[in-house]
Design a protein around this ligand. Structure first.
Ligand code: ADP
Ligand code: ADP
Length: 240
C-alpha cells in the first residue's frame, strides 16, 4: 500500500507563466516498506519532489498525501507531527560543527521534547542515541566532532540523526555523492538496514545507478519535471 501519494502534482516556482515548472503532473506512490530510488539529471525536480513530502514546499496543483492525509491541509502542529515521523538527510548533511556526534544525533529528541512531542527522559534520550549510533556503526565516534570524521562517517551521523526518532519514512538527497566505493557501501548498508531492521520506508535521490541497483526495489526517473518512468530493480544487494 502507499505511504506517500503524489496525485497530478505540479510545482511552479515564482509567478512567471512562461517558466517550465519544477514538477509537472507527477503521479507516483511510495509504497510502504520499499526503497524507492529517485533519479534524473540535475534540475529534474528530484529535491522538490522530496520537499513536497514533508511540507517544505507545497504543490501548485495536485495533492501529496502521507498516510492518507493531504499535507496541504495540515496546520503548524500537524506539520510538526508529520515531520517527526519523517527522517530527512539533505545534501551536505549539515551537522553542527561545535557539537559532538552524540549531541548532533540527540538534537531531534531535544526539539521533540520542546515542541510537545514525545518527552523522553535524559536516560531515554541517551539510550536512543547509543542504540542508533551502534546501528550506523559509529559508537566509537560518539565524542568526536564532525570535522574529525570522514565524509562517509558524517553521512552516517546524518542518517543516525534522521533515524533516532524511528521515523516511518526516511528521505535522503544524494547520500553517496562524493564518497568512494567502500564508504558508499557503508552508507548503503545503513539505508538497507533502516528498511530491514527498523521497518522504515526509504526514498533516496541519487545520480548513481549502482546505488539504485544495490538497494532499491524501484526507481522513478524524472526528466525536466516530468515522471518519465517507474521501473522495478533487480537488486544486487550490498553484500556482493
Ligand atoms: P540538487 O540539484 O543537487 O538536488 P540544488 O542545488 O538544485 O541541488 O538544490 C538544492 C536546494 O536549493 C534545494 O532545496 C532546492 O529546492 C533549492 N534550489 C534549487 N534551485 C533553486 C533556485 N533557483 N532558487 C532557490 N532555491 C533553489
Ligand atoms: P534536482 O533536485 O533534480 O536537481 P530541483 O528539484 O532542485 O532539481 O530543481 C528543479 C527545478 O526547480 C530547477 O530548475 C530549480 O532551479 C528549480 N527550483 C528548485 N527549488 C527552487 C526554489 N526554492 N526557488 C526557485 N526555483 C527552484
Amino acid at each position: 500500500t502507499a505511504l506517500v501519494e503524489f496525485r497530478g502534482v505540479t510545482k511552479r516556482f515564482g509567478d512567471g507563466a512562461d517558466g517550465t515548472p519544477a514538477l509537472e503532473d507527477v503521479t507516483l506512490s511510495i509504497h510502504r516498506g520499499e526503497i524507492l530510488g529517485i533519479v534524473g539529471e540535475s534540475g529534474a525536480g528530484k529535491s522538490t519532489l522530496l520537499e513536497l513530502v514533508n511540507g517544505l514546499q507545497h504543490p501548485t496543483h495536485g495533492t501529496v498525501t502521507v498516510d492518507g492525509t493531504d499535507v496541504a491541509t495540515l496546520d503548524r502542529a500537524g506539520l510538526r507531527a508529520l515531520r517527526r515521523d519523517i527522517g530527512v538527510v539533505f545534501q551536505g548533511v549539515h551537522l553542527l560543527s561545535n557539537s559532538t556526534v552524540r549531541d548532533n544525533v540527540r538534537l531531534p529528541l531535544r526539539l521533540d521534547r520542546r515542541d510537545g512531542g514525545q518527552a523522553r527522559s535524559r536516560k531515554q534520550q541517551r539510550d536512543a542515541v547509543d542504540e542508533i549510533l551502534s546501528f550506523v556503526g559509529l559508537s566509537h565516534r560518539a565524542d568526536h566532532f564532525p570535522a574529525q570524521l570522514s565524509g562517509g562517517e558524517r553521512q552516517r551521523v546524518g542518517l543516525a540523526r534522521a533515524l533516532v526518532s524511528r521515523p516511518a519514512l526516511l528521505l535522503c538527497d544524494e547520500p553517496t555523492s562524493s564518497l568512494d566505493a567502500s564508504t558508499t557501501g557503508d552508507v548503503l548498508r545503513v539505508l538497507s538496514d533502516a528498511r530491514e531492521k527498523l521497518g522504515a520506508t526509504v526514498a533516496v535521490i541519487t545520480h548513481d545507478l549502482d546505488v539504485v541497483k544495490a538497494i532499491c526495489d524501484r526507481a522513478a526517473l524524472l526528466e525536466k519535471g516530468r515522471l518519465r518512468e517507474v521501473f522495478p530493480v533487480a537488486s544486487t544487494g550490498t553484500r556482493s
